[in-house]
Design a protein around this ligand. Sequence first.
Ligand code: AP5
Length: 219
Amino acid sequence: MLGPPGVGKGTQARRLAATCGCAAISTGEILREAAARATPLGLEARRQMDAGRLVEDEVMIGLVRERTAGPDARCGFVLDGFPRTVAQAEALGAMLAARGQELDVVLYLWVGEEELIRRLRGRRECPVCKRAYNPEGAPARDGRHCDDHPGAELRPRADDTEEAIRQRLAEYRVKTAPLVDYYTAAGRLRSVPGAGTVEEVFQSLRREAGCDRRVEQAT
Ligand code: AP5
C-alpha cells in the first residue's frame, strides 16, 4: 500500500489482508511496538517518528526482511508503510526475487492534503489492537472506546501533532512520492481514490488487488 500519511493505508491494509487470507505488515506498528518495549532500536525510532522523519533505510529493510519471513507471511502479505524510498523499493524487489516471490500489485491510495490533515488531526487509536478511528468517517460505536475492546479508551497517536504532521507530509513529498513513478514504470501501480467511506474505498481496493481471484486460486 502506497500513499501519504493519513490516507487510510492502515485501515484498509488490515481489511484487505483479512479478505485475501494473508498477513498485514505495518512498519509503523513494528516501530511503535519496539518503542513501547524501549529497545535501543525502538527508542531511536521513537525520536525520528515523533519528529515526523523517516527511519534509516538499512534499519527498515532489515526489519521487513525478518518480518516477512515469519510463518504468518507464508501465504503472502500486505505491506503498509514500506517501501517509502526508492532504496527501500529496490531492496524489496531484490528480497522477493531472492525468495522466488513476486510483487503482485502496488495500491496507490490518494486524497487531497486538506483531507489528510483533517483525518490525522481527528485520528484516535485503540491501545490494544491499534485500530484507527475518526469522529468523522470512522467513528467508534460509543465515540470513546474500541468496538472490539470495550475497556480500551481511544487515544491520539504521539506523531499526530501539528508539527509532526507537517514534517511527515514534507518527507512524503520528497522521499516517498517518487515511488509512484517508480512503480508506474514497473507496470505495477494501481491508483485508487481514497475519498469516500471506508467501505467504498475498500471495495475499490479489493477490485484492484484482485482479492477475489486470489482467494479462489488459494482454495
Ligand atoms: P506509519 O505508521 O506508517 O504512518 P503514516 O505513513 O504516516 O501513515 P498513518 O499511519 O499516519 O496513516 P494511514 O495512511 O495508515 O491512515 P489510517 O488508516 O491510520 O509510520 C509512522 C512513522 O514510522 C513514520 O513517520 C516514520 O518515522 C516511521 N516509518 C514507518 N515505516 C517506515 C519506512 N518504511 N521507512 C522509514 N520510516 C518509516 O487513517 C488515518 C485516519 O483517517 C484514521 O483516523 C482513520 O480512522 C481515518 N480514515 C481512514 N479511512 C477513512 C475514510 N475513508 N474516510 C474518513 N476517515 C478515514
